[in-house]
Design a protein around this ligand. Structure first.
Ligand code: C2E
Ligand code: MG
Ligand code: MG
Ligand code: MG
Length: 285
């Protein structure tokens, strides 16, 4: 290998690119039929009221289990699905399946859980998206006020006016919009002020470093305060330690999500753990 260094270095680079591109192509091919083959699953991660410790609802997270065990993570296949356009049917399946599940849980017990569903920018910008949401709610019987759609700041950056219009129409319908991974996308505060928003989700990169030091709290504190002034709750993502939980509670962050409070679970497990009459607070509180 040392012999071909120099020009070989270049060739190695090209080969690596090709391998990555081939891998992506392979993924894209397998992804194409995966929906028809019914290979996707949804897991549900609890969202918890940080004042009371009660479970408020859950975020639906798509999973793609693999035949040999294990799975390909959404961070790997969602970008590929976005590129190929496959995110449109996949996203529609996620929305319908999650709404159906929550409507069922609603009948069975807790009437007030909210469901958060991730929506990719491609879905968000599809002309029929509002109609699709309306139709899925009608079809599944889930009340619009139980649904929160999570979209990242990039939607706002890409098409501020379209996003403002859609957010308003969804709000008219009774559906809330959450800004996911908030703080990482650099949307302007002016645009944010014009947006009919229901929730801010503080990105976990700002939750990770939380400690008693003011500097480590700067972003979290600012986002929570912004939420207060906009009259929308903030959801702290990726809470893993008691210290992070303590700081967020001290900052008056309303809602929390993270492995400490509960990992994403398949529906049967989510149900047996959290769906019981009265749904008491988590033991942590
Ligand atoms: P996200 O929407 O920000 O979801 C939160 C991610 O953080 C999830 O990863 C969740 O499992 C993970 N997480 C939760 N608590 C903790 C924690 O305490 N520590 C750490 N380190 N991670 C935690 P996941 O399920 O792998 O999803 C990754 C991303 O893929 C999501 O980020 C979302 O952007 C996207 N995604 C997942 N499901 C869907 C979907 O149905 N549709 C679309 N369009 N995107 C999805
Ligand atoms: Mg999300
Ligand atoms: Mg997020
Ligand atoms: Mg994320």
């Amino acid at each position: 290998a040392a012999k071909v260094a120099g020009r070989g270095g270049y060739r190695f680079y090209v080969e690596e690119m090709t391998a990555a591109a081939q891998e992506k192509l392979r993924l894209r091919g397998r992804l194409a039929g995966a929906l028809e083959r019914g290979e996707f699953r949804l897991h549900y991660q609890p969202q918890v009221d940080l004042r009371t410790g009660r479970v408020l609802g859950a975020e639906a997270l798509v999973r793609w289990p693999q035949p040999g065990g294990g799975w390909i993570t959404p961070d790997q296949f969602i970008p590929v699905a976005e590129e190929s356009g496959m995110i449109l049917p996949l996203g529609e399946w996620v929305l319908r399946e999650a709404c159906r599940q929550f409507a069922r849980w609603r009948e069975r017990g807790d009437p007030d859980w909210t469901l958060a569903v991730n929506v990719s920018v491609r879905q968000w910008e599809a002309p029929h998206f509002l109609a699709q949401v309306t139709e899925v709610l009608r079809e599944t019987g889930l009340p619009p006020a139980r649904l929160i759609l999570e979209v990242t700041e990039s939607a706002l950056l890409h098409d501020p006016e379209g996003t403002q219009g859609l957010a308003r129409e969804l709000a008219d319908l009774g559906v809330r919009v959450a800004l996911d991974d908030f703080g990482t996308g650099c949307s302007s505060l002016g645009q944010l002020q014009r947006l009919t928003i229901g929730q801010l989700k503080l990105d976990r990169s700002f939750v990770g470093p939380l400690s008693g030091w003011p500097r480590d709290q700067a972003i979290a504190r600012t986002v929570v305060t912004l939420g207060h002034w906009l009259s929308v709750p903030t959801v702290g993502e990726g809470i893993e330690t008691a210290e992070q939980l303590g700081v967020l509670r001290d900052l008056d962050c309303e809602v929390g999500q993270g492995f400490l409070l509960g990992s994403p679970l398949p529906p049967e497990e989510f149900e047996s753990r959290y769906l019981h009459p009265g749904g008491g607070p988590l033991a942590l509180f």
